[in-house]
Design a protein around this ligand. Sequence first.
Ligand SMILES: Cc1cc2nc3c(=O)[nH]c(=O)nc-3n(C[C@H](O)[C@H](O)[C@H](O)COP(=O)(O)OP(=O)(O)OC[C@H]3O[C@@H](n4cnc5c(N)ncnc54)[C@H](O)[C@@H]3O)c2cc1C
Length: 473
Amino acid sequence: MARPSVVVIGGGLSALAAAWELSGGVEGPRENTPSIEIIESAEGLGGAVGTMEFAGRIVDTGADGFLARRPEAVNLITEIGAADQLIPIAHSGAWLFLNGHCVAIPEGTNLGVPTSLASVRGVRELSWRAQWAARRDYYWPRRLTVDTDASIGAIVRAKLGNELTDRVIEPMIGGIQAGRVDDLSASAVFPALFAAARTGGSLMKALAPLPAAVPSSAPLFCTLREGVGSLPTLLATRLLERGVRIRTSTPVTAIRPTPAGSHAYEVDTATTTTPANYVVLATPPQVTGALVAFLGESSDELRRLPSASAAMITLCVPRGSTRLPATGTGVLVPLKTPWRNGDSFLITALTFLDRKWPHLARDEDVLLRVHVGRIDDRRGLEMSDDELVARVREELAVIVGAWPHKGESVVVRWHDALPQYLVGHHDLVERARAASEARGIFLAGKTYDGVGIPASIGSGRRAGREILSRLAD
Ligand SMILES: Cc1cc2nc3c(=O)[nH]c(=O)nc-3n(C[C@H](O)[C@H](O)[C@H](O)COP(=O)(O)OP(=O)(O)OC[C@H]3O[C@@H](n4cnc5c(N)ncnc54)[C@H](O)[C@@H]3O)c2cc1C
């Protein structure tokens, strides 16, 4: 009897993780392992991660690290035999650009939300109103009824006021998916905040970390020696050894339900048709929604889900030509920080790449990355590369005090790459999964279970596990 067939659409980390799970995970293929085909539209695998050569080293084009205290990414890397490639983050702490200078983000914040009065007092640039709002939440918390979901902004504005929200919390949380705290779902993006708000008491106290019985020595973030963007190649090598078929430069054009026969679907590209018993859809939501239009309303919801675009500008300059803060991994710039002529800063964050990742450091130069773009701010994305780099250099000179007009630079643009988890996101995902999984189509990736790399990998493996359990029935 022919082996059942699974087609995995997309070649990002979630798709590759789904194929890893389907091909037997750490234990490897078994007798009943399905035949697996990955179909990716781009020339190479990796989707939102990749690497480039820049300033004599290999640098990530997208994500440069991942949360290592969540298990999914580290486990997968270990399972494929690449644990020796893991590099822990070398610095901690970061800065906020407030009132024209860099101010240390105090210890004791949870994703930007202060958890002690000392952490707010430590930021002298905050007004007495912000200090008072924190005291009020600590001693006399405002009542707030939070039901099934609320925006992060609705919670933190009600509890801690606008200043702490706009100047401290938004730069941190909004930056994660280039969204706005007033739109993002608390339950989907920051579940701890959602749970804290539902206690009805002080947000700050409820978010304070519990004393750890044994302090964790595990690094908070990691990267890979050849960049996070090397993971797709490492994974693909192992998948090919297992007989997984991988096709690139091949957009899937349709998934057609077949009314009868041994396979539920036919997956079309411009030149081929692959029969499939099950399908993993690990594509961006706009593509996913269009490919499963036959699922009705929930496919429309996916197609309409907004996604933010971002640009990352990587720069290298002689070490003596700039004055970075002495410590920390980067600087966050609050939205609407005034620039010139009534305009505001384009930069939302700087990352000191060679300080975060010591293998990138050289005595003679500084490697820095600038982040630009939010869901409602496309100014930087509409500029040419030259205009964008010139503007970013001017802004950097103001943020860190000195930045040369020359030096190596490269702009990488990520269009519609960051799906927005709006209020009610969990329900949307539940509806989409209920409709698709009933028909043997499994949704995976950054749109569903969290935008970060560990969550995307976990999401892909979940899809793989679900299919294996159907096949075992
Ligand atoms: C600028 C940026 C910075 C980030 N920084 C970090 C970070 O520091 N840490 C972190 O943990 N996460 C970060 N992320 C998030 C992380 O990179 C992503 O969540 C993760 O890589 C998503 O993987 P995915 O497989 O879900 O989606 P994707 O990587 O988007 O993969 C989807 C794939 O589907 C393919 N596709 C589209 N249409 C079709 C079609 N018709 N047929 C076949 N294939 C198709 C696409 O080409 C793509 O390869 C960042 C993301 C961005 C955009």
